[in-house]
Design a protein around this ligand. Structure first.
Ligand code: GZL
Length: 330
């Protein structure tokens, strides 16, 4: 009788393992939304990498930029018994409870892009994101060095800072970098600082409002390219010349920003790669193989692209957008 029971138990375990393999290795991904070209490129890169991997199955959730939707998605992933979770938070706070629930279920967690403030209180396999403070510094430094190169280094210029989603780690970091760098350029005066929520529509609306309420705007620092492109529409609508009447510096280096720079309607963009697919695959393969890996990887800051190239920011020299536009991957 005992032998029969042991045989039955072994059979159940083998069938269980086979059904898991048959179902595939479940990779769950809680994505913020579709607010920008960067986000779309980030989603496409990760989806292609996972769906292209033998034996893996993607379980994807688009939270439409709502934290409550992400919390629901994470709890659904737990209920579904997924094998690993990819997570980037729309904002940086309010995640400790639900991420601890993920930890309690011992589901490996990969933190990508916008890292949560509670990162030191939770268990995670690896974290991969941008150096947002450096990106913000580069934005303002580019504008300051460009003005100097134009012989306007001593002219008092009015600067507006269009922030990303309030409370997002990309907004917090870039704002810190923007304001730190402003101190290096006493001729640059911040006359407006508000969120455009990383979207083109809200960037256009905010710029329209600033053009009505602020007498003179010389420089726009937009914390992503989508808001910069929306602002360009507003500037044109007000009968001004974008890239000339108002210097425009974006961030992300998406293709539409390269098009605007080559057209002379935007002055510069700071690169922040969205192409996370290879990192995600490499990390999950190491996880499955039981290999250890470094906890936090800040992706190496890439380039700065503008109309003419040659602006030296200390850590990087800008490159002429027209020279590289055909090689861009996103
Ligand atoms: C940056 C990312 C930001 C992009 C925006 O890593 O979190 O979110 O800069 C996107 O375009 O909305």
């Amino acid at each position: 009788m005992k032998k029969l029971f042991a045989l039955a138990l072994a059979l159940v375990m083998v069938l269980g393992a086979m059904s898991a393999l048959a179902d595939g290795y479940k990779v769950a991904f809680s994505q913020i939304g579709q607010e920008s070209d960067w986000r779309t490129a980030n989603t496409d890169s990760i989806k292609a990498a996972i769906e292209g991997h033998e034996g893996w199955e993607l379980i994807y959730d688009d939270a439409q930029q709502k934290q409550e939707n992400q919390i629901k998605a994470l709890r659904n992933f737990i209920t579904q018994g997924v094998d690993v979770i990819l997570f980037t938070g729309v904002v940086s706070t309010g995640w400790e409870e639900v991420l601890k629930e993920v930890n309690d279920e011992q589901i490996p967690l990969l933190l990508i892009d916008r890292l949560p403030d509670c990162i030191d209180q939770i268990d995670y396999v690896a974290a991969f994101g941008g150096d947002f403070v450096e990106e913000g510094r580069r934005q303002v430094a580019w504008a300051g060095e460009y003005l100097k190169a134009q012989g306007r280094g001593d002219e008092e210029v009015n600067v507006v800072i269009m922030e990303g989603t309030t409370g997002a780690s990309a907004q917090v970091g870039r704002t810190e970098g923007n304001l730190a760098a402003i101190k290096d350029y006493p001729n640059m005066k911040v006359v407006g600082q508000q969120s455009g929520n990383f979207t083109r529509a809200e960037g256009q609306a905010l710029m329209e409002s600033w053009l009505k309420s602020i007498d003179k705007i010389d420089v726009l620092i937009a914390q992503n390219d989508d808001m910069a492109l929306g602002a360009i529409d507003a500037i044109k609508g007000a009968g001004k010349v974008p890239g000339k009447d108002i210097i425009i510096v974006g961030c992300d280096s998406v293709k539409a920003a390269f098009d605007a720079i080559v057209a002379g309607e935007m002055n510069a963009t700071i690169e922040c790669t969205p192409l996370y697919g290879p990192f995600v695959v490499e990390t999950i393969e190491k996880l499955i193989a039981g290999e250890t890996m470094s906890k936090t990887v800040i992706h190496p800051e890439e380039g700065v692209y503008d109309v003419d190239g040659g602006i030296d920011l200390g850590t990087v020299v800008s490159v002429k957008a027209a020279d590289v536009i055909d090689q861009r991957q996103y």
